[in-house]
Design a binder for this molecule. Structure first.
Ligand SMILES: NC(=O)c1ccc[n+]([C@@H]2O[C@H](COP(=O)([O-])OP(=O)(O)OC[C@H]3O[C@@H](n4cnc5c(N)ncnc54)[C@H](O)[C@@H]3O)[C@@H](O)[C@H]2O)c1
Length: 438
């Protein structure tokens, strides 16, 4: 089985499958097709399937013409019909891993897509989970589901592994293609062929580790590391504010140390489908071992309270203008979870929005990337169509909540009564009398 698969990888006769055509899956499917593999994308959303088959791109990190050309050349197609799993030799699972209403892992997408794959799994297929999840998922959940559904045996009839996705949407240097990849598989042979497949597709180095659990844990470590360091800097930021010290200047000074320090920045909280959620997967799993991840949980307490902290600071700014927050007109600049992207999942800006509504503010937003958003933290909204001096003058407070580059901040400074910049994106704008920084 191993030799046959290695041969198919080398001569590009291997057919690749990607389940879940979102921010992670679509770029991955495009890279596989670009590397010469006929690729089939699977998604339960028929709208996405139709768009891919029409050559229409909907993910920022995919080049429109790449997708259109690959579809036209017959190298890439999409379907909702899982019976085509029979046609693939490699399948990557890239479905969501959110939290449920009790902040516990919602593994249902992984379970359902695995069961759908298991019904059509044929001998000699490689299955790789890419969704971020708790350590143990691949061997404890996926392996038995695949074996029961297919009647095949892992290691003998098919290979199974975990390879965490590291895509950083909007990153102009590191894309799916050139980001190093980690692979951990259930058997040694599995690790070898799955790694060979990624090497055939990607430019980034591929590191093979000894088990799926190591790969699952290293991904959670990456994201928890960010979560904790952001928690630390948010706490230092609050203390600096009390002490009248600029945390931004402190970070710039600390950054001059050429080793042992990596800069993280304060902000209105954590956002996106990864950093705010993944540590909960770990703390949930840790409880099975009677283990308390105290440091991680403390950091989440700080980060989770950052939107309320920002609203509290906004209230003090308005207070200085003899204005109550109840009834104040507040304009949020940016509701995406980070700069220059259209993704607003778990966006802290929307939590700020919600907190402002709670205390009676009249909230509007402008975001050139997010024309509207629906039901995030129970809030929906539509962006103002444009940001003009008249619009800015109509608000009691402008809060910068995402550091987008395509906003005219100099114009905002000239016309706003008061500005609360939670991202320090206006650092080079003068004069600064009406600007307060987080
Ligand atoms: N977005 C990121 O920046 C990022 C980065 C690294 C890792 N991840 C991880 O990658 C995984 C996917 O994230 P994403 O941002 O691509 O999510 P996404 O919501 O953009 O895409 C997931 C896709 O899976 C589809 N899907 C859901 N259930 C399915 C099923 N049963 N069968 C087939 N398709 C199904 C959805 O319709 C959707 O198109 C998550 O575990 C996430 O934590 C995301």
């Amino acid at each position: 089985m191993k030799e046959e698969l290695l041969q198919k990888i080398n001569d590009r006769t291997l057919v690749a499958g990607v389940v879940g055509l979102g921010y992670v899956g679509l770029p991955l499917a495009v890279e596989k097709a670009k590397a010469g593999f006929t690729t089939i994308g699977f998604d339960v959303q028929s709208a996405k399937v139709e768009m891919v088959n029409a050559g229409h791109n909907y993910i920022g990190d995919v080049v429109d013409s790449d997708l259109a050309e690959l579809v036209k050349a017959g190298k890439l197609r999409a379907t909702s019909d899982f019976s085509f799993i029979r046609d693939v030799d490699f399948v990557a699972i890239c479905v969501p891993t959110p939290l449920d209403s009790h902040q516990e892992p919602d593994i249902s997408y992984v379970r359902e897509s695995t069961m759908a794959i298991s019904r059509y799994l044929k001998k000699g297929t490689m299955v790789v989970l890419e969704s971020t999840t708790y350590p143990g998922t691949t061997e404890e959940l996926i392996k038995p589901l695949l074996e029961e559904g297919s009647g095949l045996v892992c290691g003998r009839d098919f290979y199974l592994g975990f390879s965490p996705e590291r895509v950083d949407p909007g990153n102009l240097i590191y894309k799916t293609k050139n980001t190093p990849k980690v692979v951990g598989a259930v058997t040694k042979d599995g690790g070898e062929v799955i790694s060979a497949m990624y090497r055939a597709v990607l430019e980034g180095e591929v590191f093979t580790v000894s088990s799926p659990a190591v790969a699952e844990m290293e991904k959670i470590l990456e994201n928890t590391y960010r979560n904790i360091n952001i928690g630390l800097i948010n706490e230092i930021g609050r203390l600096c504010h009390e002490m009248g010290i600029s945390v931004w200047e402190v970070i710039d000074a600390a950054k001059t140390k050429p080793y042992g320090f990596q800069a993280f920045y304060p902000g209105p909280g954590l956002g996106g489908h990864c950093i705010p959620l993944d540590p909960y997967y770990l703390t949930w799993k840790a409880r099975e071992y009677g283990f308390h991840t105290t440091l991680i949980e403390n950091s989440m307490v700080i980060n989770d309270s950052q939107p309320e902290y920002c609203v509290d600071r906004a209230m003090h700014i308005l207070n200085r203008h003899k204005k109550a927050i109840n009834g104040a007109k507040v304009l949020l600049l940016g509701v995406a979870y980070k700069n220059d992207i259209d993704d607003y999942r778990e966006s802290p800006a929307i939590r700020v929005y919600k907190e402002l509504l709670k205390v009676g503010a009249e909230v509007s937003y402008f975001d050139p990337w997010v024309p509207s958003f629906k039901n995030m933290y129970g809030v929906s909204g539509e962006s103002l169509p444009e940001l003009t001096p008249e619009v800015v003058r109509g608000f009691d407070l402008v809060m910068v909540t995402a550091a987008h580059h395509n906003v005219d901040y100099a114009m905002v400074q000239k016309n706003a009564v008061a500005i609360f910049d939670t991202k320090n994106v206006m650092k080079d704008i003068t004069p600064r009398e009406n600007i307060e920084v987080l």
